[in-house]
Ligand binder design. Structure first.
Ligand code: GDP
Ligand code: MG
Length: 166
């Protein structure tokens, strides 16, 4: 079993930290070879009988100009070329405008999206629950999981959720 996964989210939510933690655990190859014309293989996680290929796709930012609009279009197309999208968000009392913009782009995309609530080490249980419910009520996520990329908490569950979709 294997599949292509991409990690998206606003700057500073912990995408690189998550990738590095996974690399620290079980990464077989780190490659710069393009998988398609636009997606680069960032790393490959090798499990017992499965492989998860993480792809580096262009980030989604709210466009400020025509070129920006084109870049969002390209980013959206690349989301259709992967098997699973991990959408990483971090702490907060509510869903912010940057995350809402990304969520709007995810609507209508058939690729399953796992919402990864990162930095749970900084969140109070109450705050986590509130945010969790807010994301859940949007109805656009295949699954929602809380992790701490920094502390390595719940990463095994994340891998299991991805594996289950391969
Ligand atoms: P990226 O821009 O999405 O790639 O975010 P980075 O991985 O560069 O992380 C941005 C900042 O958030 C860094 O200072 C990280 O140390 C911090 N960070 C990432 N993950 C966690 C986490 O799980 N908990 C905490 N407390 N900080 C984190
Ligand atoms: Mg980064």
């Amino acid at each position: 079993k294997s599949g292509f996964v991409t990690i998206i989210g606003r700057p500073n939510v912990g995408k690189s930290t998550l990738m590095n933690q996974l690399i620290g655990e079980k990464i077989a190859i780190i490659s710069d070879k393009p998988q398609t014309t636009r997606n680069k293989i960032q790393c490959v996680y090798t499990g017992e009988d499965f492989q998860i290929v993480f792809l580096d796709t262009p980030g989604i930012h709210k466009p400020k100009h025509k070129l920006g609009e084109y870049m969002v279009k390209v980013a959206k197309e690349t989301l259709r070329e992967v098997d699973i999208v991990l959408f990483v968000v971090d702490e907060g009392n509510q869903i912010g405008p940057g995350d809402r913009f990304i969520m709007e782009q995810l609507e209508g995309i058939q690729t399953p999206v796992i919402l990864v609530m990162n930095k749970i080490d900084k969140m109070k249980q109450e705050e986590f629950n509130k945010l969790y419910e807010a994301y859940k009520s949007t109805g656009i996520f295949h699954d929602i999981i809380g992790i701490s990329a920094l502390e390595g908490a719940n990463l095994n569950s994340l891998i299991s959720k991805i594996e289950a979709l391969l």
